[in-house]
Ligand binder design. Structure first.
Ligand SMILES: [Zn+2]
Ligand SMILES: [Zn+2]
Length: 333
């Protein structure tokens, strides 16, 4: 209750905070990262004659009105502010962080293996290995949570709001139901924290991740390049061996495809190595690009308003429970 009252008291500040977040370096949805993503698109535009045939100018290719003014995109812009507001309410109280989990796991591991480091290594080696291990385990946590969202009908009902987007812009990344968001954040916290705890056991308590503005440095590199293009109309495909490692924008666009053969594929966040390992990888092809349509088919028309994004999953989950009563009311034929 106290948390709720604090939330109400801070409401105007929080709304303003949603605007400020567009300019703060610790927010992944800030103008700087959006601009660096635009530079990637410009580089692709100038380097590829085939891409240049798809639009009359770089501006028309980068910001097509048919995408950015589509009703689905307009809903995503409105939702961006609502999502950040709602997130304040649950994120600090219902999500475990990697550091919390790492410290808890580290205590148990040192009870079993002792408190001395198992391996002596230079500071740079420890930093590099810990950064990679944390990144891989965070990715595994995301993959597991995302698989759950697609495989378990209860969670799919909430994740469906994200997949109902008919066009994609960077704001689509915020079209996430709080249930969905909490599942991902907790799974990433647990898996990332476990990875960090293992490094602390192997190299000693001083084992740390190399971070830039609080982000794992590998994730930060992804943030500057591909992150915002995952939710966009810009097709940049990693193929061959790289297509088995990196989640290129095209990988995630295929994940959003309404074609049955693409359902439940490319579940990773920045990488697809766990998809490769567990059989959910779909490396993008030119044929995929030609036939790509985003969404969940006719059911996508259900998600037209902000309340549809937040309330409709609960309504749809409860609907089967009401159905038997309604069937009784129907006259027998
Ligand atoms: Zn998904
Ligand atoms: Zn997505």
């Amino acid at each position: 209750m106290d948390t709720f009252l604090e939330f109400l008291a801070a409401f105007p500040l929080t709304l303003w905070g949603s605007v400020v977040m567009l300019f703060r370096p610790e927010s992944n949805l800030n103008i700087f990262y959006l601009s660096s993503s635009a530079l990637v698109v410009a580089a692709v535009w100038y380097a590829s004659p085939a891409v240049r045939t798809r639009a009359s100018s770089l501006a028309a290719y980068l910001l097509p009105a048919r995408v950015f003014l589509h009703p689905s995109a307009l809903l995503d812009y409105k939702n961006y502010f609502v999502f950040l507001l709602v997130r304040v309410f649950y994120f600090s109280t219902m999500v475990v962080t990697g550091t919390m989990v790492a410290n808890a796991f580290a205590v148990h591991l040192s009870d079993i293996f002792g408190s001395n480091p198992l391996v002596e290594a230079s500071m740079w080696t420890v930093l590099a290995v810990t950064t990679v291990v944390e990144f891989l385990t965070l990715e595994l946590g995301y993959w597991v949570a995302h698989r759950i969202m697609h495989e378990i009908p209860f969670f799919w009902e909430f994740h469906k709001t994200h997949h109902a987007a008919e066009v994609m812009t960077p704001a689509t990344a915020a079209r996430v139901h709080p249930v969905d968001d909490m599942l991902v954040a907790n799974a990433s916290g647990v898996f990332g924290g476990l990875g960090l705890a293992i490094c602390m056991q192997v190299f000693g308590r001083e084992a740390q991740t190399f971070t830039l503005l609080q982000y794992n440095a590998i994730y930060y590199a992804y943030l500057l390049t591909f992150f915002h293009l995952r939710h966009s109309h810009v097709w940049i495909a990693c193929t061959g061996w790289l297509g088995h490692i990196v989640q290129s924008p095209a990988h995630h666009q295929i994940h959003h495809s309404d074609a049955p053969q693409h359902a439940g594929t490319n579940l990773g966040y920045c990488l697809v190595i766990w998809d490769w390992a567990f059989g959910t990888l779909h490396v993008p092809t030119e044929e995929d690009r030609r036939n790509l349509a985003f969404g969940i088919g006719p059911e996508g028309k259900d998600y037209r308003t902000l309340s549809d994004l937040y309330i409709l999953p609960f309504v749809k989950l409860l609907r089967p429970l009401r159905a038997p009563e309604e069937q009784e009311k129907q006259p027998a034929v």
